[in-house]
Design a protein around this ligand. Structure first.
Ligand code: AMP
Length: 189
């Protein structure tokens, strides 16, 4: 199996590049944001709880998020050639838990791809996406919170994965196909 984390700030292109990676490598995509949005759309108890965090741009608590992810991994593992983790981990605790989760299932991470995009461009992309996505968290106050949470809580993972020897930075600006080919170069290596 080949397992990767696609890492970066909100709006850096994780979803776009994940879709292309699924096509190319047949990997199984796990987007924690999508899992939570589905729960919200279905009106489940978990969805209601998740919405109270997401709509403010806050993170769902680590213990709950890790439980959701473990269940998702277990349901998909038997038929998977490998996972693309998109939007997880977002905290050091989640990264440590992911390592344990994979380890206990005889798996490990092969690479972390970090899509690097300046804040001004992220904000512009998220505002534009909000006009078409209808996502409740793509509005300007929530975007500012999400970027702050990214810088304070999620960005330290970059150093975490550099120390693990797994981090591969990719310039996430410019042409989508050019970015994709930088990512495939990393994977094919
Ligand atoms: P995303 O689609 O990845 O941008 O996620 C949308 C929102 O879902 C985030 O702003 C968080 O509120 C929540 N979320 C998604 N993934 C996680 C995670 N790994 N840990 C905590 N909250 C998350």
């Amino acid at each position: 199996m080949y397992n990767i984390v696609i890492f970066g700030a909100p709006g850096c292109g994780k979803g776009t590049q994940s879709a292309k990676l699924i096509d190319r490598y047949g990997l199984t995509h796990i987007s924690t944001g999508e899992v939570l949005r589905k729960e919200i759309a279905d009106g489940t108890e978990l969805g209601k709880l998740a919405d109270s965090y997401i709509s403010k741009g806050h993170l769902i608590p680590d213990s709950l998020m890790c439980e959701i992810l473990a269940a998702r991994i277990d349901s998909l593992l038997p038929s998977s050639k490998g996972f693309i983790f998109d939007g997880f981990p977002r905290t050091i605790t989640q990264a440590e838990e992911l390592k344990k989760m994979l380890d206990s299932r005889g798996q490990h991470l092969n690479a972390v791809v970090g899509l690097e995009v300046p804040d001004e461009e992220l904000t512009e992309r998220l505002i534009n996406r909000g006009k078409i996505s209808g996502r409740a968290d793509d509005k300007s106050e929530t975007i500012a919170n999400r970027l702050e949470v990214y810088h304070n809580t999620t960005k330290p993972l970059r150093d975490f994965y550099i120390n693990e020897g797994l981090y591969n930075p990719v310039d996430g600006t410019g042409d989508i196909d050019k970015i994709f080919s930088s990512i495939t170069n990393i994977i094919d290596r």
